[in-house]
Write a protein that binds this ligand. Structure first.
Ligand code: EPZ
Length: 432
């Protein structure tokens, strides 16, 4: 069993370089299916979710090659099927983007239902509503596979109003509509930076998408998309995670290769707490050495609100700050499974529905904890860095789904963290 072993209690100092955005990459890679020529995508994070979606495309006949650590070459011209029902597909949430891309390209798709991080019900009704509005019929087969198909006329543009602001539904409808006939208008669309990135990617290939980044997106379908080289945006959540770790250990860290604008809601909260944030063109410095930090409340919201994907990491930071802080999780129904792990470390946190009430400043002790999902795992690392002692974190495969070189990056900031392979009584350190 692989674990991270973290000995905390000292501040982080130095510089960390952020990788490409996971949630952009897992949409842009399947989006290449829509293209009629090969593409090269740069700034791809080297994480297991990217490996998975690349393998899924390979299984379908695409030629996918890593040109270097952060560049993928994808030739979709030999894709021979619109069916994706393997265990690999079931293993990742973002495989739902295959539905929009295959439906857009071939007019039909059969895709296994997504797995991925588990925090409450994760419906895709808004995705299916969008496909149906475009003229597709959708069916649930054997309770585990979605089939979508349209008649010879193909998909036809229309108005779609999303009942909930959904990142996945917005991107999936963009994918399907980019090759539909006529104009599709998505209203109440999500506005996350990765939605703008997907639109920029598709537009560079010849698509006609306007308004991405606002809540009304207009997509005029085109009949051909050409190959391009494209560099995806930096990962705002990876950046937010290192910001939380820097503040939680009262350190000073410069976060490089980022877009500071994407981090505004997080930076605003840091400033409210008394952390000094200095922004540069493509970097920012978090300095928590200057004065004692103050408690604060957060409420997660779709972009430009505070991102739910930084909620667990911020909770881990807040438990180090004396006073009562309140976290309001407003996007997901059940994203607090990890709190019981923090409580094992001595945190004083209670959960009441969507609220987590944190009595910060309680003394923490090392305890064996597990990553209950990707961001929960990041929160465990941050909590472990706060503890004077050695914490073992298990289920680290969740963390590796979304964080490139997490051990090396934290070590570069002076953290004492290693990946260890446990077999019974023996342990062996694993290095990248
Ligand atoms: C994306 O998930 C991200 N995943 C999540 O990141 C992130 O938490 C989430 O957006 C919100 O920002 C990927 O990009 C692969 P949603 P997604 O559709 O698109 C409800 C991480 O840690 N909803 O925006 O699946 C839903 O239940 C992950 O990197 C419906 O009701 O999220 C939720 O309450 C985990 N019907 C809300 O909308 C639908 O059809 C937002 O979900 C779709 C969603």
């Amino acid at each position: 069993m692989e674990k991270f072993v973290v000995t905390g209690g000292k501040p982080l100092f130095g510089e960390v370089t952020i990788s490409g955005a996971k949630n952009a990459a897992v949409a842009i890679i399947p989006a290449v299916i829509l293209c009629d020529e090969p593409c090269q995508i740069e700034n791809i994070p080297n994480i297991s979710d990217v490996t998975l979606i690349s393998r899924i495309l390979q299984q379908m006949g695409a030629n996918v090659r890593r040109i270097n650590n952060s560049t993928l070459y994808i030739d979709p011209t030999h894709i021979s099927t619109s069916v994706a029902v393997t265990d690999l597909v079931r293993g990742m949430r973002a495989s739902y983007y295959l539905l929009g891309a295959l439906l857009g390209k071939y007019g039909n798709a059969k895709v296994a239902l997504p797995g991925g991080c588990n925090f409450g019900v994760r419906p895709i009704d808004q995705h299916l509503k969008g496909f149906e509005a475009l003229g597709a019929e959708t069916r649930l087969v054997d309770g585990a596979i979605i089939e979508a198909s349209c008649d010879e006329e193909g998909l036809v543009g229309t108005h779609i109003y999303l009942d909930v602001v959904s990142v996945g539904a917005t991107m999936n409808i963009m994918l399907a509509a980019s090759r539909a006939k006529g104009l599709t208008v998505i209203e109440n669309a999500a506005k996350e930076p990765h939605i703008v990135d997907l639109a920029n990617f598709l537009n560079s290939m010849g698509a006609d998408i306007r308004g991405a980044g606002t809540d009304v997106i207009k997509i005029r379908g085109v009949s051909y998309l050409h190959g391009i080289t494209y560099s995806i945006i930096p990962d705002q959540i990876e950046a937010g995670t290192y910001m939380c770790a820097a503040a939680a250990t009262r350190g000073r860290v410069t976060i490089k290769n980022i877009t500071p604008k994407h981090l505004e809601s997080i930076s605003a909260k840091f400033r409210e707490m008394g952390v000094k944030i200095t922004e540069y063109d493509e970097a920012l410095t978090v300095d928590a050495t200057v004065k004692p930090l103050k408690r604060c409340n957060i409420k997660t919201m779709p972009h430009p609100g505070f991102p739910t994907d930084c909620q667990p990491q911020f909770t881990a930071l807040l438990m180090s700050v004396p006073g009562t802080s309140i976290v309001n999780e407003n996007v997901w129904d059940n994203r607090y499974q990890y709190i019981s792990e923090l409580i094992r470390m001595g945190a004083h946190i209670s959960v009441e529905g969507r609220l987590a009430i944190i009595e910060g400043g309680a003394p923490l002790t090392a305890a064996p904890v597990k990553a209950t999902d990707l961001r929960a795992g990041a929160a465990m690392i941050i909590a472990a860095l706060e503890v004077n002692g050695t914490t073992e974190i298990s289920s680290i495969q969740f963390i590796e789904r979304g964080y490139e070189d997490v051990v090396e990056k934290f070590r570069g900031l002076g953290a004492d963290i290693k990946k260890v392979y446990f077999t019974g009584d023996n342990e062996e350190e694993l290095r990248a």
